[in-house]
Design a protein around this ligand. Structure first.
Ligand code: TXD
Length: 308
């Protein structure tokens, strides 16, 4: 029997994540949404594409939670996305209720599941899931850092016309405009970014990375990015199910690492079959630490507005 992955919220990111995942042929998939017929329709359509793709994966769409029973991984994307002019924090009240319910319903049926959270404001929604599911920190991981780092990698690769595979970038901190692209630790085939790019070009890439989500929201007008976030989800699920011990920037609950405590925050996290295996700590200079601290303060501020 294949592992089972349930995705709560079959909207743009949820359904696209199902698609990326189905292509990896590593799990059967359950798509849950409150909109009647929509998850069923998307799942059936995707199922009908499997003979063409040559993948043996079962995909179910549903409006209830019964079919999620026994899931190895639960992905929560349910909630409202940003509209132009909105910050991620504007979504706090409504999305915390949605994430709380999704966690409470799913944990009853999948008591051993590992949770990957996507819903914004991301770092605080991870905390909601951990509390409502009464979960240990190892089993709640937020997706943000792979996406933010992938955006930076894409921009560097376009700028230098080199393969994306040669570009390694690490964006840490909260998932918001205060995120911290670590240019000193990012490189092209081992060559530090500041040696291969002029200061102006590098600054422009850092700025574009920070505003990357907003750039897509502004272009789409309705909804936010979904291809890249969904690809990031699929990479995290794969790391867990294949026990890869993969180190990727993810939002995890810090207990002293990077001088932070009791907040979810983007750091290099090693993922495997038990979820979060280890947090890696970079040697950061004063300026980098100050930027991380400012980003952490922003997350802590949003946490204070949370009432659960
Ligand atoms: O990197 C990241 N973390 C992000 C986060 C990248 C992209 C999107 N990000 C956030 O994910 C975004 O700000 C939203 O908070 C969520 C979902 O974004 P998406 O683009 O997928 O939004 P959609 O297309 O509106 O899909 C959300 C679905 C929609 O179909 C609703 O009907 C459903 O969630 N929904 C629910 N499903 C199940 N149960 C409940 N209660 C529910 N409420 C809404």
């Amino acid at each position: 029997m294949k592992p089972k992955v349930s995705i709560i919220g079959a909207g743009m990111t949820g359904a696209t994540a199902a698609h990326w995942l189905a292509d990896k042929e590593i799990a059967d998939i359950v798509l849950v949404d409150i909109v009647e017929g929509m998850p069923q329709g998307k799942a059936l359509d995707m199922q009908e594409s499997m003979p063409v793709a040559g993948k043996d994966v079962r995909i179910i769409g549903t409006n209830g939670y019964e079919d999620t029973a026994g899931s190895d991984v639960i992905v929560i994307t349910a909630g409202l996305p940003r509209k132009p002019g909105m910050s991620r924090d504007d979504l706090l009240a409504i999305n915390s209720e949605i994430v709380a319910k999704a966690t409470e319903e799913t944990i009853k049926l999948s008591p051993d599941a590992i949770y990957i959270i996507l819903t914004n404001p991301l770092d605080v929604m991870c905390y909601v899931a951990m509390k409502k599911g009464n979960l240990p920190r190892e089993r709640v991981i937020g997706q943000a850092g792979i996406l933010d780092s992938a955006r930076m990698r894409a921009f560097v690769s376009m700028e230098l016309d080199v393969s994306v595979e040669n570009v390694n970038c690490y964006v840490l901190g909260g998932h918001g405009d205060s995120m911290v692209p670590l240019t000193r630790h990012s490189n092209v085939a081992g060559i530090p970014l500041n040696e291969i790019l002029s200061k102006d070009r590098l600054d422009a890439i850092v700025e574009r990375t920070r505003k990357g989500g907003g750039e897509i929201v502004g272009l789409l007008k309705t909804g936010s990015a979904y291809y890249a976030p969904a690809a990031a989800i699929a990479q995290m699920v794969e790391a867990i199910l294949k026990d890869k011990h993969l180190i990727v920037p993810s939002s995890v609950y810090l207990q002293g690492e990077y001088g932070q405590r009791d907040i979810f925050f983007g750091v290099p996290a090693q993922l495997g079959r038990t979820g979060l295996e280890k947090v890696y700590e970079y040697d950061l200079n004063e300026e980098e630490m100050a930027e991380l601290k400012a980003s952490a303060e922003h997350v802590a501020e949003t946490m204070r507005d949370l009432s659960i």
